[in-house]
Ligand binder design. Sequence first.
Ligand SMILES: *Cc1c(COP(=O)(O)O)cnc(C)c1O
Length: 361
Amino acid sequence: MSVAARHAHPAAWRWQLRHRILSVAQLIAHLPALRAQSAGLAAAAEQFPLAITPYYAGLIRRADDADPIFRLAVPQAVELAEQQYQSLDPMGEARHTPVPGLVRRYRDRALLLVTPHCATYCRHCDRKRVAGRGTGGMTTAQFQRAVAWIRRHREIRDVILSGGDPLTLGDAALARMLAALRALPHVEIIRVHTRTPVTLPQRITPALVKLLRRFQPLWLNTQFNHPRELTPQACAALARLADAGLPLGNQSVLLRGVNDAVEVLEELFRGLVRNRVRPYYLFQCELVRGAEHFRVPTRRGLALMAELRRRLSLMALPTFVLDTPDAGKIPLTTGHILASGNKQLKLRGLHGEIATYPEPQ
Ligand SMILES: *Cc1c(COP(=O)(O)O)cnc(C)c1O
């Protein structure tokens, strides 16, 4: 297949998944400069899964962690040295799981972990307890139990398909899941949380878009973290979704060495709006094992947001939040900050809950 055909063919996304970089040997074949670090890489890839689509690997310009795409996707020996925060479940989701595969942290919303698989594994992933672990996703029986739970809980208005990445599933499996959720009259909106527009834009086929349209209102939230991810292929995928009338949102993570500069965030958020994607959340990095090198002091994040507010329309400005195990997502704005020192941040949630967050030292 020619390069153009590989991107346009309806099965191009399956080609991308079949040809992913999954081992350190394959990574070195793609980026020979990494040979010298192969031992550290292999140890990190053993702890936290490695997968990179050929498309996304093609966006790496230099085999060096100053390259944002490299930093987002390539394992680093430093991940193993960072054992200060041991959690693989920083949001405490396991404690909020009434039936397997369903997370409920808000009265009116349920989140389904429909698959553990992603096209590309993010090094900063905050769901390391799930992503790339185990073989299957939710079994049919588990999915039916989750649907039965939602049927009994009429206060659930909003169901999120997440994982892993739900769009790594095939069209038939997705259609079955969406149809089962749409059959519940109290489910007002369905959301699909996916990074495929970023790491596997070939997945956004005309057939998939047609399928998603059948289940409206359906919102799609994605995660662009750097303007270099807004390639012509990614922008074309976003245009297919927007042209079909699907509202699009973006949830970025503030990541040291990737997007912790005002110019980078400004270009990212402007680029998203230009592509009809509303910047929705900017997350403070979670206390997840192996991601310490990505954390940015909260005060620096607040200063970046203040500068962005001076430069950007509110349309282009996401809400800066910390996701906490018991109080959910708390906006990081002055009204919610009770104390902010060099060591620790103390916050008040929307309902008065208190949360603390240790600052990187
Ligand atoms: C983030 C999240 C939601 C959605 O929260 P919004 O603020 O509505 O986007 C729902 N359920 C869980 C478990 C979540 O983590």
